[in-house]
Design a protein around this ligand. Structure first.
Ligand code: F6R
Length: 241
């Protein structure tokens, strides 16, 4: 696991965008695993700039997102479909048919989840998976639990995650209670993982990821046994390491 410490959010975003851009430059058909949330917003803005100045081309890039809320319309401003369109897809030349965000409105979520993992395998697997980390060390929506979930599945969000995400909604009551998320196995099969963390509220999660036992109660701890992980953290998120 390689750790890159950055001064602040802006530098973290630039370093992360450079890593993703290198992946696309070395393979025009790169399969990207993408995350939503506050952490990667700056990285997406940097990638959009790189596209606009001709540095990178998304025309053959394929993407798979980590997760989506269940039962939230795709056009809802808080859906992850909406987020991806706003922050990346609407501003670069990625083909909409090459973008995949889990369908939180699928009739049969279990069947759809199996298919989502198959779609990732059929695309040749993820070349680089971008991850944020929750204050409780969740990755994707793999919440602390007694066992690691392998494949994509329906997950119940922890109260702490609902509270953390309520900043985007009118109130915590409006945050969906369930999501569909890639599992730890789906994430683990990625050839490379790029985890970003910014801010002091992530410091403990970053510390635990690096120092705890490998334990499903600290979901990100499993990343220590993946062969190709880069962690890009700003000073505040790195304050305990
Ligand atoms: C988002 C995701 C989540 C977030 C995490 C951190 O697709 O899978 O694991 O990465 O909740 O969220 P932010 O970046 O908003 O602090």
């Amino acid at each position: 696991m390689k750790i890159i410490k950055c001064r602040d959010y802006e530098q973290m975003s630039r370093v992360a965008a450079d890593i993703v851009a290198e992946e696309i430059k070395s393979n025009s058909k790169a399969v990207l695993g993408l995350a939503t949330g506050s952490t990667p917003e700056g990285m997406y803005a940097e990638l959009v700039s790189k596209y606009k100045n001709g540095e990178i081309d998304f025309s053959e890039v394929v993407s798979f997102n980590l997760d989506e809320y269940i039962n939230l319309p795709e056009e809802d401003v808080n859906s992850y479909h909406y987020f991806m369109n706003q922050h990346l897809f609407n501003h670069v030349n990625i083909k909409k048919e090459n973008t995949n965000v889990p369908d939180g409105n699928a009739k049969d979520i279990d069947e759809y989840s199996r298919r989502y993992d198959e779609m990732i395998s059929d695309a040749g697997g993820i070349d680089i998976q971008v991850l944020g980390i929750g204050p409780n060390a969740h990755i994707g929506f793999n919440e602390p639990s007694s066992a690691f979930k392998v494949g994509t599945s329906k997950v119940k969000l922890k109260k702490s995650t609902i509270e953390a995400n309520s900043r985007f909604f009118e109130s915590a009551d409006e945050v969906p209670k369930y999501a569909i998320s890639m599992g730890i196995g789906s994430i683990f099969r990625s050839k490379k993982i790029l985890l970003l963390a910014s801010g002091k509220e992530k410091a403990k999660a970053v510390y635990d990821m690096l120092n705890s036992e490998i334990d499903p109660k600290i979901p990100a701890s499993i990343l220590r046994i993946h062969p190709n992980v880069v962690v890009v953290v700003d000073e505040k998120a790195a304050s305990l390491i």
